[in-house]
Design a protein around this ligand. Structure first.
Ligand code: ADP
Length: 252
């Protein structure tokens, strides 16, 4: 997109000013979409909560104790959803600063163990979960909290998008080219190829309903991408519908 300005500056003379505003317009569109998305995401649970408050406000005595508890339970779920969304938004905005991540020595062995424990707890017996260290370097220099959050997001997704009885493998490996990779592999529902390039966009979801049902905010992979970029790493995704997915964080 070009913005053209004509400015007459002397008798019979005009100055023509042309500016390439493509990038500016793209940013503006992104900003607008983002605000619209956030509002929409917050509005849905808020509508449910206000609905319950209104209903109960019309007369508590009209409902049995059991019904009241049921309503409050549902409203509570929606409040948790809003909380999760706000937590993720704050995480994203904290990652967007120009400050580089701290130079902590992050020990990968214990981190892998902790992620496995988290996965087992989250899966609650529904999946077989393995974690293997295949000769990956023992230490990454960076932010322990950010790396835990990024790897944790990949693990959480594997648990959420793999049906009962599936297998999930976490790997920390040294690759033949000398790079290191943290990998999460599942044999879950998989993702159609056309979605792959857009997965790390904020609020991009393949299946909105499924994401929400399993407590997704649509921001997980955006957070992963940011954290990896800040650590000089990149995200590789391969997936096949019905077969499973592999998300790999590659560190130079
Ligand atoms: P969400 O909170 O919706 O899971 P994410 O940013 O973490 O948001 O992921 C974006 C989308 O990518 C998800 O909605 C889901 O459709 C897809 N996805 C992510 N991980 C997996 C996986 N392991 N298997 C299948 N689909 C996945």
């Amino acid at each position: 997109s070009l913005q053209i300005q004509l400015a007459p500056f002397a008798a019979g003379r005009t100055l023509l000013l042309a500016r390439d505003v493509t990038q500016l317009q793209r940013l503006e569109t992104m900003r607008r979409d983002f605000v619209a998305n956030v509002s929409h995401e917050l509005k849905t649970p808020l509508t449910v909560i206000s609905g319950f408050i209104e209903t109960l406000g019309d007369g508590l005595e009209e409902f049995s104790r059991q019904e009241q508890e049921h309503f409050l339970g549902l409203a509570g779920e929606q409040a948790t959803r809003m909380q999760r969304l706000i937590d993720d938004l704050l995480t994203l905005s904290a990652l967007e600063t120009d400050r580089p991540p701290p130079d902590e020595r992050v020990e990968m062995g214990p981190l892998l163990g902790r992620l496995r424990e988290d996965a087992v707890a989250l899966s609650a017996g529904r999946h077989r979960i393995e974690a293997t260290d295949e000769g990956g370097p023992p230490i990454i220099v960076g932010s322990a909290a950010e790396l835990h959050s990024a790897f944790g997001n990949l693990m959480t997704n594997a648990v959420r998008y793999t049906p009962r009885g599936g297998r999930i493998t976490l790997r920390w490996q040294r690759r033949p080219d000398g790079q290191a990779a943290f990998e999460v592999e599942d044999d879950g529902i998989g993702i159609e190829a056309r979605h792959l390039p857009r997965l790390t966009e904020r609020f991009y979801r393949v299946d909105r309903g499924r994401s929400r049902e399993s407590g997704g905010t649509g921001l997980g992979l955006a957070i992963v991408k940011h954290v990896l970029e800040r650590h000089g790493a990149s995200l590789e995704i391969s997936s096949e519908v019905g077969k499973g997915s592999r998300f790999r964080a590659v560190f130079p």
